[in-house]
Ligand binder design. Structure first.
Ligand code: GLN
Length: 178
């Protein structure tokens, strides 16, 4: 998605991979497994340090869980990065069978709707006064922005619509896109 918008990309597996990154996307998947690998490779401190020096972060689904200050339903050893002033509840829509797709208004999409794929998605339970809601589903926030942090409960990368990533690059990272 990022490459399609003309930005260069690198896979991040170790702290040194972050050296040239203006922005980091933590993808969906399984937040317990991602947390284990982040701890094993020393990525918690590295990500926090790079963010403190200006690196923007975008978390989709499991990635959003890891950005939060507090996780409801975390495994005992599952620690969030604690960067975004939100409480997030894992698997809050139910099991895999409750996964769904829908169209949602998204503030950064020029007033248009984006197709949103929710897969065992989390729900944002609480958010601080400095957190801006960019999209809602049934009145609940599903895309949130706080400074150089963007968290969405769904998977914008599973569609061909690049507008959520474009919003991240242009407005959160602050870079030019095609
Ligand atoms: N349920 C997963 C978790 O708690 C997130 C699912 C996803 O990223 N699609 O980590």
């Amino acid at each position: 998605m990022v490459g399609a918008l003309g930005a260069s990309t690198v896979d991040v597996r170790r702290p040194e991979d972050l050296a040239d990154c203006d922005g980091l996307i933590i993808p969906g998947g399984e937040s317990t497994a991602i947390a284990k690998l982040m701890a094993l490779y020393g990525l918690y401190d590295a990500i926090r340090a790079h963010h403190a020096q200006g690196m923007a972060l975008f978390g989709t689904c499991a990635g959003a869980i890891l950005l939060a200050s507090k996780i409801e339903g975390a495994l005992p050893d599952q620690v969030p990065l604690g960067l975004m002033d939100v409480t997030i509840k894992r698997n809050a829509y139910g099991r895999q069978i409750a996964s769904f797709e829908t169209l949602l208004p998204f503030e950064g999409a020029d007033g248009g709707e984006v197709r949103a794929v929710f897969i065992r998605a989390p729900r944002f339970a609480e958010w601080g006064a400095n957190v801006k809601v960019l999209s809602t589903h049934n009145g609940e926030p599903v895309a949130l922005r706080e400074g150089r942090l963007l968290a969405v409960a769904f998977h914008p990368e599973l569609t061909s619509d690049t507008r959520v990533h474009k919003y991240f690059l242009e407005n959160v990272v602050g870079t030019q896109v095609i």
